[in-house]
Design a protein. Sequence first.
Length: 381
Amino acid sequence: MNRRGNLAKCILYLIKVGTFAPNFGQLANANIPSQTGLKCVDNSKVPKGDIMTSKTPSDPVPRGELTIRALRLFLAVEETGSIHQAAVRLGQSVSGVSQSITALEKTIGAKVFDRSVKPIVLTAVGALLAPHARHILAAVAHAQIELAEMNLSGLPALNIAIIDDLDVSLTPVLVGALQKRFDKCAISATSGRSDEVISRLEIRQADIGVTALLPVDDSAFTAEVLLTESFILVAARGRLKVNDRLLEQLSKVPFIEYSRSLPLGKRIARHLKRVKFAVSSNIALEATRSVMAMVVRSQGWTITTPLNLLDAERFLPDLDIHPFPFVNDTRSIYLVARGNELGRLPQELAVACRAILREKVEPQFRAVAPHLPFALTVMPD
């Protein structure tokens, strides 16, 4: 039988017997037809998450391992068309990804990518493998979600961390939804900066986070986009004359910036550098309310986002909101949870969060800035 036929039979049999589920015990004792070219080894000797194959003298399939990790790497390269981009996406080294693909090709006995062209493209064998790899990984994810759902009923505690910008809007919604579903679960909520939320998630002090940043190793987490928002220019009321050499005016008016110790402050500073607008500031503050109070007091200006502006709503009567005068930048707000540990709960909470954002936050911003209808957009479910 040719290599392509062997590959199809191997993969289809793995799918049929369900060996991609988190517990592979059933494969170790399975009576595998010899025509598949597969021979199972003792499950206790297989690294967690791996499917191991071995070669017998009459076997056309070479010795090696067909692993879940290898399939994930294979699909990442296929989707990005680049080993480098796949490595960036997965937070791994380029050499590590390249070696894993080479090992996968040795296991299968055929090349899965044509590396002589850019971007990298699938070979005929790779094109055959891709849909089956997606099928296997989707089944793994589904199984992990169902297992997590089974374990949620006895959950003793859940910890939530939310960025300050949305603390008032979302904390009651999230806590209420969780209390309704898990009446015996102790629920706690904290608020802070995006980097603090991420830190709490990474060291397991939080199970669910709402943040403007993603973890460095995002492969260990799931993320649901709640909304996107653009930067806006905010100035003391009447201080700037629109359409009258605005950039020149800005250079002569006090600039109140967010501290560069904050993720938001760093991002704004980088963007101003990118658009080559040099502006000096002697005042850098952390809290949005302090920034807006100083803008009013000094008759100055700042760059912020719709959510930050709404967090300082008591200053709105004394402020003008202008479109961003440069090439704009946008940021997203995510609901982040550790992957496959909370079942479908993160997706359900994301739906609840988007509903309250559509009901309250979107109309609130459009009421104060009707001329900027697309500066804040809640994502569809």
